[in-house]
Structure formats: structure tokens, C-alpha cells
Design a protein around this ligand. Structure first.
Ligand code: FMN
Length: 223
């Protein structure tokens, strides 16, 4: 598969088939993704891969906790700037509207929206979950490195016929995830990710998100 095909076919997949993913594929994906670049070659990423009974146990624990505190445990980092300005605010609003429209949930249907949001904590049905964390001493540059590592995983997954769902939503369960996975205290959970085979029959997976044209964000000089 060409890199461009992997990029064009990667979408955040919010409904997965109940079909096992081979451990060998996951190892290969991670083994190649580790070639991602990082400033000073710090390789500041830490990853956990969860599947089988352990994933079932983890999801059950989260379900139990969600029944008591549906909003989770608070986040350790700000997922979005508190005062998001344009054009970012409008983009965020639009993708939310488009996603709920794809499953026929109108703006007023708060319960329907909450139900969809809660699907995050089932990894959208993915048979495998990943978690990513970074050492708390790390700065913006290393967070960018972690992002490159995660994108590498998502693109390599396409080569294996797999799809992914990166999930910052997991930041609200950082304590429970940290305890379950024995994440050392010096690390901060960044996000989770569902990985598996896409359920192509589900309308939510037909959503194709917008991108701004180059003229909005690239400045060419001397080209
Ligand atoms: C780091 C990261 C975290 C994300 N967290 C969530 C999440 O918690 N839940 C969710 O439904 N989508 C999440 N997304 C998906 C974005 O909404 C999605 O990437 C964006 O709308 C573009 O759509 P696409 O991935 O289908 O191209 C996340 C994406 C990234 C890169």
C-alpha cells in the first residue's frame, strides 16, 4: 500500500467488527512505527496494548465507574484550549455536527449524543486497545514526537487491513487506566486507541471529515 493510500483511507473508525486482530500484526506495526522520528532521538513514547480477557475486564471496570461518575476523573492536560478561537472553533463544531448527523442524532437529543460519547469507553467495539503516555518532564516538541509515533501506527494499521480510533476521551479516566495498566507515576496518559477491522455497514464510518484547502494554511515563498 502506498503511503498516500494509507493516509487517504485512514479515518477515525467508530464501529469495529468483532473480529480478532493477530498479535503478530500488532507487533509488526509497533516495530515499524518505532522508526518514527523524534527530536534528539528521545523516542519519548510509551505504549500499552490490551486485548482478550484483560480488555473485557478493563471495559467492565470503566462501565462500573461510569455508572457513578459519568464524567470521569478530570483530565491532567487540557484537551482543547479553554477559549478556542476561529477558525478552530467552527471546525470543531462542524465535525461534531457532521458526526451526529451521520447517525441521525439531532442537536436536541442530548441523551443520544451522550450514548455515542460513551461508545468511546467501549473502544467503539474494537477487539484491541492501545494507550499512549509520555514522561511528565517532556515539552511540546516531545508531544509532537508522540503524535508522529501514533500517526505511524495508524498508517501502518492500514497496511494490515486494520483501522483505528485515536481517543483523547480516555484522558478523563487517566487514574483508572493508570492503575489498571500500572503506568508509572512519572508518565502522563495522553490518549487511548481502538484498533481492529472496520464495520463498513455502520453509517458512522461513512463520515468523511473536511479539510481546509492549502490556501488557508500554507504560505509558499519562492516556489
Ligand atoms: C489525538 C486524537 C485524539 C482524538 N480523540 C477522539 C476521541 O476521544 N473520540 C472521538 O470520537 N474521536 C477522537 N479523535 C478523532 C478526531 O475527531 C478526528 O481525527 C478528526 O475529526 C478528523 O477525522 P478523521 O480522523 O476521520 O480524518 C481524535 C483524534 C486525534 C488525532
Amino acid at each position: 500500500m502506498k503511503v498516500s493510500e494509507a493516509l487517504e483511507t485512514r479515518i477515525t473508525t467508530r464501529a469495529f467488527l468483532d473480529k480478532a486482530v493477530s498479535g503478530e500484526s500488532l507487533r509488526q506495526i509497533l516495530d515499524v512505527a518505532k522508526r518514527a522520528p523524534s527530536g534528539g532521538n528521545l523516542q519519548p513514547w510509551h505504549a500499552w496494548v490490551l486485548g482478550g480477557d484483560e480488555l473485557v475486564r478493563f471495559k467492565a471496570l470503566i462501565r462500573e465507574k461510569m455508572a457513578v461518575t459519568p464524567r470521569g476523573e478530570g483530565t491532567e492536560y487540557l484537551i482543547y484550549p479553554p477559549e478556542l478561537t476561529e477558525p478552530y472553533k467552527a471546525r470543531r463544531f462542524k465535525v461534531g455536527e457532521d458526526m451526529y448527523a451521520s447517525i441521525g442524532v439531532p442537536r436536541e437529543d442530548k441523551a443520544g449524543r451522550l450514548r455515542q460519547f460513551a461508545r468511546n469507553f467501549e473502544f467503539f467495539g474494537a477487539p484491541v486497545a492501545m494507550f499512549f503516555a509520555i514522561d511528565r518532564q517532556m515539552q511540546q516538541g516531545q508531544w509532537a514526537d508522540l503524535g508522529m509515533f501514533i500517526q505511524s501506527i495508524m498508517l501502518l494499521a492500514r497496511e494490515h487491513g486494520l483501522h483505528t480510533a485515536p481517543q483523547e476521551a480516555w484522558a478523563i479516566w487517566h487514574k483508572t487506566a493508570g492503575e489498571f495498566l500500572s503506568i508509572p507515576p512519572e508518565l502522563m496518559l495522553f490518549c487511548g486507541m481502538g484498533i481492529g477491522y472496520m464495520d463498513e455497514t455502520k453509517p458512522i464510518n461513512r463520515l468523511r471529515t473536511d479539510r481546509a484547502p492549502l490556501s488557508e494554511f500554507v504560505t509558499f515563498t519562492g516556489i
